[in-house]
Design a protein around this ligand. Structure first.
Ligand SMILES: *Cc1c(COP(=O)(O)O)cnc(C)c1O
Length: 406
């Protein structure tokens, strides 16, 4: 094997394309360094990261305290598997539970694994506690959802491309329109065990449900002994200006999924947060993960949570999100159809006549802003939560120019 010491922009792209599976079509920017809201490409050009790795780097790139926690723990102890106990796990549980008012935690790695785990837990709860006949448990999900990419999860996606060619799928799921509480009520049967919902649909195009939807869902779930599961993997951990987006609706789910920013982008860490009732169904051996809850993950996540709170990032999102949206609303562009968001989770939807969001993202890249279209017509603006007002003003110049182009 030959090792290339230093590698050019073109070579990086050529190698990726030659050897990698083609399941992504990234912008042709090759990044090699990050700090806070900024990233640099191999040619030294600096960009403001408006995607934040889909909200995994809410705390900013390479946050020095999280990096220090990672390095320090990596030098001490990284992985023991759950066959043995270690000195980081209990502290991680306690701090996470106190912060989120949860009773119990199941640590996993990726978001999709947290979703898979919650499906197992809620089905088992249905059979053991609710008395659903074995094999009959139903889980209700929403149209336009995004919960990850495993076979079971894409099986209940309504996005054709996520499913195409992957059948057969796991049975036991029903899809209702997002934001429709009456449809939830109608879809519930005696075999319904859970309702899985994103408080805001991120990948779906920054879709915010009607006011009161989550509160009504809470009430319907309570009345029917159905477990309410919020997927806060993207909307949680400060992104919307609250620790969890469900707080905007005054709702506490029975089970909440977090991931992404749980490590501030330093390591894959996810978790199922629960009241005891549901996660309590797991007995030793029922579920597991070699890396789930490892010392390195725990040390990183503890610090990622601490800086999120101590450095006022949640308040910053609450304060600057509305400011950013107000500024966007001043742009006079025939392409803009809708501007919506909560905190620093913002979507600008373009008219079909604009010719798709991609070309605008490419123009923004030229001006030093990295954005990604979600679906075809929405530009997402979701910078790290450490962004300042001046930096938003700087970005607004570029955004305003680009959105006013032909
Ligand atoms: C990203 C995401 C997931 C999946 O997380 P992975 O770590 O990519 O598996 C699940 N749900 C939501 C809402 C997400 O945004």
């Amino acid at each position: 094997m030959t090792i290339l010491e230093s590698i050019s922009h073109k070579q990086c792209i050529a190698l990726e394309d030659q050897y990698g599976a083609r399941n992504y079509k990234p912008l042709d920017v090759v990044l090699s360094r990050g700090e806070g809201i900024w990233v640099w490409d191999v040619q030294g050009k600096k960009y403001l990261d408006m995607l934040s790795a889909y909200s995994a780097v809410n705390q900013g790139h390479c946050h020095p305290k999280i990096v220090a926690a990672l390095v320090e723990q990596a030098r001490k102890l990284a992985l023991v598997s759950r066959a043995f106990r270690h000195d980081q796990l209990g502290l991680f549980y306690k701090e996470l539970c106190e912060l989120t008012h949860s009773h119990m935690v199941l640590p996993m790695n990726s978001g999709a694994e947290a979703v898979e785990s919650v499906i197992k837990a809620v089905r088992k709860w249905g059979y053991r506690e609710k008395g659903v006949p074995d094999g009959k448990a139903e889980i209700i999900v929403c149209e336009n959802n995004f919960h990850g990419r495993t076979i079971t999860i894409v099986g209940f996606s309504s996005e054709q491309q996520y499913r195409d060619g992957y059948a057969p799928f796991t049975p036991g799921f029903k899809i209702i329109p997002y934001g429709d509480a009456d449809a939830l009520q109608d879809a519930i049967t005696e075999n319904t065990v859970g309702f899985l919902v994103e408080p805001i649909q991120g990948e779906g195009g920054i879709i915010i449900p009607p006011d009161g939807f989550l509160a009504r869902a809470r009430e319907i779930c309570d009345r029917n002994n159905v477990v309410l599961i919020t997927d806060e993997i993207q909307s949680g951990l400060g992104r919307t200006g609250k620790l969890l987006a469900e707080e905007h609706d005054g709702v506490e789910a029975d089970l909440t999924l977090i991931g992404k920013a749980l490590s501030g982008g330093l390591y894959p860490v996810s978790a199922v947060l629960s009241n005891r009732k549901v996660l309590g169904v797991f007995q030793p051996g029922d579920h597991g993960s070699t890396y789930g809850g490892n010392p390195l993950a725990c040390a990183v996540a503890r610090t990622a949570l601490r800086v999120l709170v101590e450095e006022g990032m949640i308040e910053n999102a609450a304060k600057l999100g509305p400011y950013f949206m107000d500024q966007l609303r001043t742009i006079d562009s025939p392409h803009i159809k809708d501007i919506r968001g909560r905190g620093l989770m913002i979507g600008v939807e373009l008219h079909n006549s604009a010719g798709g969001a991609r070309r605008f993202c490419e123009a923004l890249q030229d001006k030093g802003l990295l954005c990604k279209e979600t679906h075809e017509h929405v530009i997402r603006f979701a910078p790290p939560l450490v962004i300042t007002k001046d930096e938003i003003d700087w970005a607004m110049n570029a955004i305003s120019d680009v959105l006013r182009m032909e």
